[in-house]
Design a protein around this ligand. Structure first.
Ligand code: NAD
Ligand code: HSE
Ligand code: NA
Length: 436
């Protein structure tokens, strides 16, 4: 049988990995897919660099539209990134009747509804395993492996750059900027690293997982997103003393009133496997009613780990190439007409426990006032730690762990505590999850 012809748009970190993996494992992949999968055309603005990757066997052009216009191309792989030209090219490829594989979580988390509808109407597939947790087959697991379950919640370390930064800062006492540069050098970071450190990239990924887990539309604009830039070394240390690690988690949960969808630094019990995921590694914990808790771990970024997912999607599409479109796995796991209108809850209605750090004057009665404010709002204290502040003897750090509370109630309590004259600095609040 004639090989499946693939056109690659963008041959940077992930594109070159995809080319290399397909070439190296050509025979193994052919035995799995039932036919050869061949990259026959590449578009990249940097033609010379692209040629240095693929040699003279593959046609290289600067204009991606030439690839889409080529009737020989069966599958277009978009590895340019961003919302701009990448969106136009994906929509044009769909309109031209090509299947699409993309690693572009930003694009799908924001414009997924439009893109999947266009693909559905045209009878083509938009595959995106590489977009979430890179090489970990989490899309496959959620969409197919766990399809018996009513999924209750999932939580994951889904940004390698920030996990690498948090790990290196904790282990080696390195500065934020130094570690970020290293993550960029290793090819983990986004073109704009604020997407990594401000939690946006993790927000894109958890938005996609939430849609697939609960059968709701992709709606990144409803996600609550916080990054790691405001995290202080003192909180990492205090958390450790209380038996916790701080991780940037993407979390989505089913509640009676709606869906929680959020990314923020989170205290996780040190004994949990998730707390021990270090460096650029990713891990996702999924809790389903039938299966219980499951864990998926591996490389979520980098050239070949991400290519592993791109090529797996190419194999999937090759196998299903001639199948009736109605018999394919739906893009968002649930049939397109079956997506639920369950609302994403505002952050004020999210329920978690909290870590609070207050710098207070070392005076009689201060603690009583603070605990009184919490008690007034029915916020129950789980643990309390008092330490001499690094800023001198007249100041004390008070660290409080609470039981579960509504975020709106916690906001009110923090405002009231902050107004006390004996509270000397902005109160630090970090959410805490037991993940059991
Ligand atoms: N790097 C990773 O580890 C990783 C992991 C998962 C997902 N992703 C996603 O994969 C995509 C690609 O990431 P990357 O790290 O390979 O990026 P990259 O910057 O290394 O590569 C992008 C390539 O696209 C080319 N390009 C830019 N504009 C173009 C245009 N108009 N036409 C043709 N080519 C163009 C660039 O010259 C470059 O070679 C992004 O969506 C990213 O979010 C990356
Ligand atoms: N910038 C992302 C790449 C993988 O999507 C990360 O650090 O995880
Ligand atoms: Na994946």
């Amino acid at each position: 049988m004639k090989p499946i012809q693939v056109g690659l748009l963008g041959i940077g970190t992930v594109g070159s990995g995809t080319y290399n993996v397909l070439l190296r494992n050509e025979e193994e992949i052919r035995r799995r897919a039932g036919r050869s999968i061949r990259i026959s055309m590449v578009a990249d603005l940097d033609v010379a660099r692209a040629k240095s990757v693929v040699g003279s066997d593959v046609e290289v052009v600067a204009d991606a539209r030439q690839v889409i216009a080529n009737p020989e191309i069966d599958i277009v792989v978009e590895l340019i990134g961003g919302y701009g030209i990448a969106k136009a090219l994906v929509m044009e490829a769909i309109a031209a009747g090509k299947h699409v594989v993309t690693a572009n979580k930003a694009l799908l988390a924001v414009h997924g509804t439009e893109i999947f509808a266009a693909a559905q109407a045209k009878g083509v597939v938009v595959a995106f395993e590489a977009a979430v947790a890179g090489g970990i087959p989490i899309i496959k697991a959620l969409r197919e492996g766990l399809s018996a379950n009513r999924i209750q919640w999932l939580a994951g370390i889904i940004n390698g750059t920030t996990n690498f930064i948090l790990s290196e800062m904790r282990d080696k006492g390195l500065d934020f900027d130094v570690v970020l540069k290293e993550a960029q050098r290793l090819g983990y970071a986004e073109a704009d690293p604020t997407f990594d450190i401000e939690g946006i990239d993790a927000g894109h990924k958890v938005t996609l997982m939430s849609a697939i887990a609960f059968g709701i539309p992709v709606q990144f604009d409803r996600a609550h997103v916080e990054g790691i830039t405001k995290l202080a070394a003192a909180d990492i240390t205090y958390a450790e003393q209380l038996g916790y690690r701080i991780k940037l988690l993407g979390i989505t949960k089913r509640r009676d009133t709606g869906i929680e969808l959020r990314v923020h630094p989170t205290l996780v019990p040190a004994k949990r496997l998730l707390a021990n995921v270090e460096g650029a590694m990713n891990a996702v914990v999924v809790h389903g009613d039938a299966v219980g808790t499951t864990l998926y771990y591996g490389k979520g970024a980098g050239s070949e780990p991400t290519a592993s997912a791109v090529v797996a999607d190419l194999v999937d599409i090759t196998r299903l190439h001639t199948a009736d479109p109605d018999h394919r796995v739906p893009h968002l796991a649930f049939q397109p007409g079956q997506l639920a209108a369950t609302p994403v809850l505002p952050i004020e209605d999210v329920v978690t426990s909290f870590y609070l750090r207050l710098q207070v004057a070392d005076q009689a009665g201060v603690l009583a006032k603070i605990t009184g404010i919490l008690a007034d709002r029915n916020i129950s204290i789980d643990a309390l730690l008092q330490r001499e502040s690094a800023e001198g003897e007249s100041k004390t750090d008070v660290i409080i762990l609470t039981h579960d509370t509504r975020e709106g109630d916690m906001n009110q309590a923090i405002t009231a505590m902050q107004a006390l004259p004996t509270v000397l600095a902005p109160i630090v609040r970090i959410r805490k999850e037991e993940l059991s």
